[in-house]
Design a protein around this ligand. Sequence first.
Ligand SMILES: *Cc1c(COP(=O)(O)O)cnc(C)c1O
Length: 397
Amino acid sequence: MKRLIEEAEQFLMNTYQRMPVLFQKGRGTRLYSTEGKEYIDFVGGIASLPLGHCHPKVVVAIQKQAQRLIHVSNLYYTEPQIRLARLLVQHSFADKVFLCNSGAEANEAAIKLARKYSKEKYGPHRYEIITALNSFHGRTMATITATGQQKVKDGFEPLLPGFRHVRYNDIEALRDAIDDSVCAIMLEPIQGEGGVVVPSREYMQEVRRICADRDILLIFDEVQTGVGRTGTLFAYEQFGIEPDIMTLAKGLGGGFPIGATLAREHVAEAFTVGSHASTFGGNPLACAAAVATLETVLEDGILLYECKRKGEYLKSGLEQLKERYSSVVVDVRGMGLMLGMQLSRECAPVVKACLERGILINCTAGHTLRFTPPLIITEDEMEILLNTLDDLLGRLS
Ligand SMILES: *Cc1c(COP(=O)(O)O)cnc(C)c1O
């Protein structure tokens, strides 16, 4: 293992701060390192494994599809792509789907679609997109521009023109930023990388109203919140509103890379033949994995209900820890199985101590411990996490 980790340092660009562990195998909520140690996974590939590691339905779908056809390009039709698009449309607000390979790529398509729709309808001046401070939308040039965090932009200037940032969950700030050049407002229903920040229902409903009044497109970046994470298939359902465009990735392929941009018919019409493309977008293997994932999430009648219930269980456990260790724990936030615990200090030592005790959690926005386990996590496993945190926080306070 040591030699492999040395080779990683030698051959891979140094873009990630990795933990000193090499994983070989995963099953459900558990991961196994090369040293044979077992871990309970509360990271879930960063909210990318709604069904856990190597779910049998996803594995079989990938195996079968790999034997049949892996890639042909979008010059031709393939069945898994059509089945996936149909499933997404049947179970969301959307009428049309564009398929791609990642969250950033899905957001790029959303940005391009919003600009094209609005410029064609209202003229060339209408291209500004408002996003939130503290947001995260990806690492390509357009999506780091959209992202409301300076740290992802440093060193990559000049960025794209046409983006404005406003405070999240602040309706007046949003109103002040709107003028006739604004074509879209792009928001995460819950800010993930920003530290698991949940806006109010009133705010989201008011944003929807403002957008509807002025034909400004509401883009929801559900790359992290989508596919059951918050206890409904999509997080927008929890706010009682629907966006005009939505992006998905992370959990969509059950661990296999895939992204999607969904839109209402009249918006999607702005994309015509040649407007946009992606060589591997809608790849049969990725789509087969996504169809298996979505079908399993939808067919399992209690998975989403259980996600809500288990989320409430874990959240109340975390809130009890907040009461007990009020000097260390500042806040507990989140919805379903997308939860965060903000500390009054760096959380890296807690993450490391958990790793040593066989529990994977991660840290977002510097001071927030994040929990995004597979939706099949059990109460016993959450109890182990809570007991471990109880002990670690006790030592810190
Ligand atoms: C992870 C994430 C992205 C970027 O997705 P990639 O697949 O890494 O490009 C975009 N938006 C949100 C909300 C995310 O959580």
